[in-house]
Every structure is written in structure tokens, then in C-alpha cells.
Design a protein around this ligand. Structure first.
Ligand code: SF4
Length: 335
């Protein structure tokens, strides 16, 4: 059970690791709790959310929800690369204590793991969910119920994990959940292969974008994730996300309320192109971008088919990635 002591522990630790002068130097913006309300509530009130839902579902008839543009009729149950029809599939859900600190806080991030994915990464760290499991099909009303249940458990946000292929279903559920009292910010926790048309439908809906930036090289992306255009699509998507929500803003307790948070998984042998990913972030996005450089790569799924992926990263590779980020002036690194 979460107590006020947990909150005090969290906030005092947070304040101790971020000296006051850093707020000024890196423009970390604090929001008062009274200033906060989830973006989608305005769209619900204006009726715009209902229009977005219609527009999103219409695109399932010849599916172009993600950049793969499979063109299948998901309204009739036809399946494209993501093997998802008209209903979203959920693998698991619950308060998650292990996400980035501003998301998990002391009560957990309200994660909803969608089954399947629009990417087919050879080394997927969650292949049991993204590639191998069909999960449980849920109606929009059931999905709304999960969101409200997570809010009832005290989670700080609703964290939609692998949402890119189920955007219409998420919007439909969100409308019902918001009508039922949902007020938590949405976290769009994506592999980063999102089309601009789809992101436009999320403008004013999503408060926190959390995309991966996996590669900088088209041939590497093709080899390991089966999409040659990942770098160009991903960079355009991250720029659009930054345009919509800006740098990550925290509340007085250090909880994320709005903004961009980027994840970069370091791959063995420099395959993730960390240098140019960080250069892009620093020069094109923002030096104040909140960046999680992840060290937890392990060979998984089909990684054993690629000798160069068949090992964990070395500590010196991780340290070199951190040093690179700092060299480009990126200082808001997840600790
Ligand atoms: S969302 Fe699924 S069916 Fe639609 S284009 Fe992407 S992978 Fe294909």
C-alpha cells in the first residue's frame, strides 16, 4: 500500500538530485498541481475528440494508421503486419514501478501493454508480447475500464505501451474514460515508427510522448527491424512530438505532466548510431530533451541469428554513449 511517507521519500530524493540552479540552466519547468489538466479534456468538451475518432476509424478500411500502409481492411477483420483487426489486444496492465522516475513516481505508471507491434525487431526485448502473443481482445468500453481502474489505483498517468497500431481504439476508449472521469495524462510509449498523419490526430490528446530512437542508418534499420525508412520517419515523428508538447515539464513533486521523453537503447558495436541520434536531438530537437540512454540490451527473440547482436553491451560502450550525449550538451539524462 502506498503511503504519504512514500511520497515524501520520492519528492525529497528528487529534490536532492536536481539542484535548484539546474532548473534555470536547463529550463526544467515546474507546474503547480492547480495548473494541470489533461489535454484531451478540452477536445472532449468541444466535440473535437469525437471527430478525431471518426477520422481514425475511417483509416482502418484501407489501413494506413502507421507508415507501413498495409492497405488491409481491418474493419472487416483483415490483418496487416501488426496482426490486429478492429479490436485492440491487451497483454497486461497495471501500476508499473520501473519506468522512468518522473513517470513511475511513488504510485507507479499506469501501463497498458498492447499486444503486437508495427515493428519486427530481430532482438525485441518484449517479443512474447509484441510478436508471439495475441493478448486479449478488448472493446473500447473495456479498454476505458482499464484506464479508469488504473486511475483508481492511484497511478500518475496512463502509459500506452506499443500504441501505434491501435490509435483508433485508444481514442474511442479515451472518450468513454474521460466521460467516466479520467483526468490522468496519457503517455504515448512508442517504438518511434509513427506517421505524421497519425500524430496529427493526437495533437491535443497526448500529454507525454515517449518515443524510441533506435537507429540512424537505413540499412541497419532494414536489417534488424525490417523498415528501411525508420530513421527518416522516426526523426520526423520526434520533431512533430516536440512541436506538440515541448520539453518535459514536471510538477512540484517531480512527476511528468507534459512533454517529450526519448529512449535510446544502446546496441552492441555501435549499431544504434548513438552519435548521430544525440547530434540530431541536440541540434534539431532541444538540448533540454529528457533522454533515457538504456543499457539493458540482451540477446532475445531472433538476435541469435545475428552474431553481432549476440552479446550484452559492454560497460565501456554504455559509458561512451553517456559521454557522447553530454558532449552534445544533452544534460537531462534519466538516472
Ligand atoms: S497499423 Fe498494422 S495494418 Fe495498419 S499499416 Fe500499420 S502494420 Fe499495417
Amino acid at each position: 500500500m502506498v503511503t504519504s511517507h512514500d511520497r515524501q521519500m520520492f519528492t525529497s530524493h528528487w529534490h536532492s538530485i536536481i539542484p535548484k540552479k539546474l532548473f534555470a540552466e536547463h529550463s526544467i519547468i515546474l507546474l503547480k498541481r492547480t495548473e494541470m489538466h489533461a489535454s484531451y479534456l478540452s477536445l472532449l468538451a468541444s466535440g473535437e475528440l469525437a471527430i478525431r475518432i471518426q477520422a481514425a476509424y475511417a483509416r482502418l478500411e484501407s489501413c494506413d494508421i502507421c507508415p507501413l500502409r498495409c492497405g488491409v481492411n481491418r474493419l472487416q477483420g483483415d490483418l496487416g503486419v501488426c496482426k490486429t483487426g478492429v479490436l485492440a489486444q491487451v497483454s497486461s496492465y497495471g501500476p508499473h514501478p520501473g519506468e522512468e522516475r518522473p513517470l513511475s513516481g511513488w504510485r507507479g505508471s499506469g501501463t497498458i501493454f498492447f499486444a503486437r507491434c508495427n515493428l519486427r525487431c530481430a532482438y525485441c526485448q518484449n517479443a512474447d508480447i509484441s510478436q508471439l502473443s495475441s493478448g486479449q481482445e478488448v472493446s473500447p468500453a473495456e479498454l476505458a475500464g482499464l484506464m479508469l481502474e488504473l486511475q483508481g489505483k492511484g497511478c500518475h498517468n496512463i502509459n500506452l505501451v506499443s500504441p501505434s497500431h491501435v490509435l483508433p481504439q485508444i481514442l474511442a476508449a479515451l472518450e468513454l474514460a474521460a466521460q467516466g472521469g479520467l483526468t490522468l495524462p496519457l503517455v504515448y510509449n512508442t517504438g518511434g515508427y509513427d506517421s505524421l498523419e497519425t500524430l496529427t490526430l493526437l495533437d491535443g490528446v497526448v500529454d507525454i510522448y515517449m518515443p524510441d530512437m533506435k537507429y540512424d542508418d537505413a540499412e541497419v534499420a532494414l536489417k534488424y527491424s525490417k523498415v528501411r525508412d525508420y530513421p527518416q520517419v522516426n526523426q520526423a515523428a520526434v520533431l512533430e512530438m516536440q512541436r506538440q508538447v515541448g520539453d518535459l515539464m514536471l510538477d512540484e513533486d517531480g512527476i511528468a505532466r507534459r512533454g517529450l521523453l526519448v529512449r535510446h537503447l544502446v546496441l552492441p558495436g555501435g549499431l544504434a548510431g548513438s552519435d548521430s541520434v544525440f547530434k540530431f536531438l541536440a541540434e534539431e530537437v532541444s538540448k533540454n530533451v529528457y533522454l533515457n540512454i538504456m543499457a539493458q540490451y540482451r540477446p532475445a527473440f531472433n538476435a541469435w541469428d545475428y552474431p553481432e547482436l549476440n552479446r550484452r553491451i559492454r560497460s565501456e560502450e554504455y559509458r561512451a554513449a553517456i559521454a557522447l550525449a553530454k558532449r552534445y550538451g544533452l544534460m537531462r539524462l534519466d538516472e
